[in-house]
Design a protein around this ligand. Sequence first.
Ligand code: BGC
Length: 772
Amino acid sequence: MKNYLKHDEWNIIEEGFYQKHNKISESIFSIGNGRMGQRANFEEKYSGETMSGNYVAGVYYPDKTRVGWWKNGYPEYFAKVLNASNWIGIDIEIDGEVFDLAECKVDDFRRCLNMREGYLERTFTATLKSGKMVKVEAKRFCSIVDDEVGALCYKIRALNFTGEISVSPYVDFDVMNEDSNYDEKFWIEVDKEVAPREGIVIAQTKKTAFQVATGMKFQVLKNGETADSNAGVFSKEKYISSDVKVNVTDDDEIVIFKYAANLSSENHAKKDLKANTQAVVEKAFEKGFGEMLEEQNLAWRKKWKQSDIIIEGDVAAQQGIRFNIFQLNQTYTGEDDRLNIGPKGFTGEKYGGSTYWDTEAYCLPFYLATADQNVAKNLLLYRYKQLGKAIENAEKLGFKNGAALYPMVTMNGEECHNEWEITFEEIHRNGAIAYGIYDYIRHTGDRDYLVDYGAEVLIAIARFWAQRFHFSKRRGKYVMHGVTGPNEYENNINNNWYTNFIATWCLKYAVGAIMFIKEKAPEKWTALEEKIKFYEVTETTEWKKICDNVYLPYDEELDVFIQHDGFLDKELIQVNDLPEEDRPLNQKWSWDRILRSCFIKQADVLQGLYFFEEMFDEDTHRRNFEFYEPMTVHESSLSPCVHAILAAKLGMKEKAYEMYVRTARLDLDDYNNDTEDGLHITSMAGTWMAVVKGFGGMRVIGEQLILNPSLPKEWQSFSFKILFKDSLLQISVNEKEITIENLSSKDVHMEVFGEHYDVLARSKAQFFPETV
Ligand code: BGC
């Protein structure tokens, strides 16, 4: 765990240059706008520890799989989020001496991510080896108003010398992925052009033939006057730059405004890329840095108005939740149903592929409650559009008749993960995709989605489960062998309670969906039946038989659900009895030892209880929580949030708070020692859930909104907003009262602490429970 960043409500601040943590800071201070994003690399040269990262949404490379022993069924490649062109770079020389921050003495270093207004800022003074001193102030952002544009302002002031400063802004496409399997570069040059103070490079990915054009245009001022009339040009493969030399004397300040655009062939015809990029850059240049920054500021303030959570009395917790919300909004804006939310967003390469079950299980509730319903709908449509590939994927594994197995990791619908225990066994993901449809509909009431898209996905998923269960004569039950549950610290297990349960739920939900469409939209049902060659009676009879006879492991004596058949035969030890130095297990123990142990990586049985809460009584929740949580090491970032929600429900406020802090500050404090690889973007939505569903006790059950707020003792108050069926509600909780303000023009019916209320349009309801 690290503790070098200052606690502040709206900003992430590094004071003093923590070079040894630079890669961690590069992840934490990342900026993005849903269309592109980047790690917080420096503009000037830095030869110290760094991981260069610039990413353009939807652009990937299928890197040929590298495994020790090939197994039939492995995907041929692992689609990778691509490191794209560096558009922020400015090479600087002072009287011929390269300005490399790693080679300088750095003072008064301050890096600040302003989350309220959406920009990154850095200030410092540097003394070069020659003794020359400069003061630098750099500010930049990825515009959320023009999402193909980024802009920066770099100021460099001579402090103690007279000489020449040469600045050379560039675009560099000659970049690599650190995780390239064969040390291969993935980009080839298509075109480039450079002129004084501007230029463009267009590159194409090998194999996938995506093209990205990066254009730049800049301006250099000295003490406020134009100083770039002598600009020269330079180019080499996949690289262009233009340099400007300026004579300076003590206290002169050079300011560089650099504007860049990243356009991809996903959104522009290849033949138009060059002209369109040049036009976008020109427009940004004309608008100017100041105006763009002002627009950015206003746009971010608007976003915050809808999605902010305010926590009073606990700055670390406040900063944590804002950081999570900020990064989520930087990653996915929901405007494009071809895009999704990668576990690292635009902050690193790890987890290469873009989409995991994380999206439906963790991210969807955040977007459902904080953004227009189309945002969440686009996440569902992404899967709908990939249904054909999910069916092909299942066929490759021997399933038939339109059964679909969605990939564990995907970019374009094809599986691109290649560890057998995950690729072939971690099939519970199919359940989360069905659950996402259910969650969307109960939150929005948009049943048309079920008719037009949802049912087709549900039936294909149900067909998969029906084939994946088999009947055990010995047990007289339907069982499922050879799976990995959400707890990836056990593989090839039989009858994972969570997987069997969610699979059965999918079968029932699909039957319900069919009934619904038959009644509400019979013609559409007939068309769908025809399209997917559905034999209703035969297939649904089989599904019902499975549901009536499924094996769900349960222990009478302990009165808990059993994670899987062999779990209770393990040596059952608690995490508290583990020596501190053994953790994290995944860095300290052999894989074999982890697999044989009882230690649980992330919520598994408890994930099921969280998803299907209303089907179980509170005692069942408590017994299972008390049994499983002490064996859980939370070594997946997705784990603490589910435990925070359940603990809050069970009134275990301290546990809930401990889990909240762990999820909210996971990256800021580098809990799992892996922030340098990138941020845990998908679990950030879990942090939001820990507040809203955990302490806020918000649920939607039977399409009704329910609130059961409680206040952790560390907080004076907290408040959050939720969008629910077109109404915006603000919920504020302090130790004396709970206020629910309906900010919309529609009355909202809800349940608060078990009682039913109508909170009228544009009015407030107050509650004064004995204890909050
Ligand atoms: C977790 C998975 C998750 C993946 C990506 C893994 O560590 O165990 O559940 O989907 O990370 O976030």
